[in-house]
Design a protein around this ligand. Structure first.
Ligand code: NDP
Length: 242
């Protein structure tokens, strides 16, 4: 097992859902955590809950300057990062049309470019002493369905990018892709296409898999001894077909 006491994890999108649950799980394993998101009140409340060793940093992954400022704080206040969890994401589903073009840009900028930006900004810190990169992809990174094309495209792209990084960064940095199916979070509430939001929300209203269960898997992956890397975890609710 890797001794996780005192390791430092940076989690993007830590203000809700899988990111917040991951912060709680890693803090419970002895990590110090830097919580990044745009909703400053939420991450501050979580940092207060987690106590010493948790810091909240308001940052937007589409704004590189804010990510650079976050990296400077992590270096000076926590001594650098050991684990980066690229979790920030948005799932703006709907039929493909020009009406949705702002959503397409947002998904590419947050889900794909945001993860790429956070990684290039934190890379030197990650390489310094053996790091871990966790990329939160999706089942949508393995399958595509009508109505989820651009979201799926961002996650497929993340998968290809992760595999390339895995080869480039080994053995200093272990790269892991997490690909969840439906998880009970606020993710569908941001869908702008009303009909789609209502339909997707129905599926989420009965979602059985909780963000804490995904967080537990992330903590397990990270705790493996350094000679062992788990590169991909695909998980679904047991009754999810596609
Ligand atoms: P949530 O909506 O609860 O979390 C999304 C997080 O991303 C929020 O903390 C939000 O914080 C953050 N975020 C969004 N835009 C930005 C931005 N520009 N800069 C920084 N942070 C941002 O949903 P989930 O927890 O479900 O989603 C987390 C990840 O898991 C996403 O990548 C999603 O695609 C993936 N996923 C989720 C699944 C699910 O069924 N729930 C299934 C498969 C994958 P804030 O708004 O405060 O900035």
């Amino acid at each position: 097992m890797t001794d996780t006491t005192g390791r430092v994890a940076v989690i993007t999108g830590a203000s809700s859902g899988i990111g917040a649950a991951t912060a709680r799980a890693l803090a419970a394993e002895g990590y110090r955590v830097a919580l990044l998101a745009r909703r400053a009140d939420r991450i501050q409340a979580l940092a207060d809950e987690l106590g010493d060793g948790a810091i909240a940093i308001e940052a937007d992954v589409t704004d590189r300057d804010s990510v650079v400022a976050a990296a400077t704080r992590v270096q000076s206040e926590l001594g650098g990062v050991d684990v980066l969890v690229n979790n920030a994401g948005t799932m703006l589903l709907g039929p493909f049309s020009s009406q949705q073009r702002a959503d397409y840009r947002a998904m590419v900028e947050v889900n794909l470019l945001g993860a790429i930006t956070a990684t290039e900004v934190f890379l030197d810190q990650l390489k310094d002493g053996g790091g871990d990169l966790i990329n939160i992809s999706s089942v949508a990174g393995r399958t595509a369905r009508a109505g989820n094309g651009v979201y799926a495209a961002t996650k497929w792209a993340m998968n290809g990018w992760s595999e390339s990084l895995r080869q480039e960064l080994l053995p200093d940095v272990r790269v892991t892709l997490i690909e969840p199916g439906v998880v009970d979070t606020e993710l569908p509430t941001h869908i702008t296409h009303e009909e789609t939001r209502a339909a997707v929300q129905k599926g989420y209203d009965t979602a059985k898999v909780k963000p804490e269960e995904v967080a537990e898997i992330i903590a397990f992956v990270l705790a493996r001894p350094r000679h062992l890397a788990i590169h991909e975890v695909l998980l679904r609710p047991a009754d999810q077909l596609g």
